[in-house]
Ligand binder design. Sequence first.
Ligand code: 5GP
Length: 200
Amino acid sequence: MNNKGSVVIISGPSGSGKGTTVKAMLSQRKQVRLSVSATTRPPRPGEENGREYFFLTKDEFEKRIQNGDMLEHAQYCDNLYGTPKEYITLCTEKGEDVILEIEVQGGMQVKSKLPQAISIFLIPPDRKSLEKRLRGRGTESEDVILQRLKRADEELQYADKYDYVVVCGEMQKCVDDIFAIIDSKKLESENMIDYIKENF
Ligand code: 5GP
């Protein structure tokens, strides 16, 4: 059996339920880790540097890119977001599954650099719930909400570029679907070759 952990890309429009889903996954499986991204967006109330994001200035962010520290990066609604490389390797080497909760441009970059990564596109059950979730968060101005709705329409076009699409309606069902995907990856024949060699 392949003892390495999986890289799991989770994308989906803002309001798809990614954040809540990932939180539930982290609380339910101890070998699941979340990659903390870097961003130039200002922290929302309650967000802490190093926990939700590494909050960087544009200059600091660009330096990280130049140093080759980022696995991927992308611009999203006027801000830069990126995945630091080091943590991903650290986790997967230890057999931990690491989740990258990132937007679609970044998702595509990771998929081309790490073809063995599992890519999952999360969608809310319908457009109404998407809008409701976006507004319900209550942390964004109307301007930002409209910007994010427009971006959501653009992001939905990417769904078929992902390995899986999971509907995020009832939370536990969504979490179970994602765990089933992660588990089945470990049983793919190419990941079982080492097990067969060792045991037969
Ligand atoms: P938010 O500002 O709501 O925290 O995130 C905005 C969008 O950026 C979300 O779709 C989120 O998944 C995405 N995002 C967060 N971190 C990263 C990252 O490291 N890389 C990329 N490409 N997108 C990210």
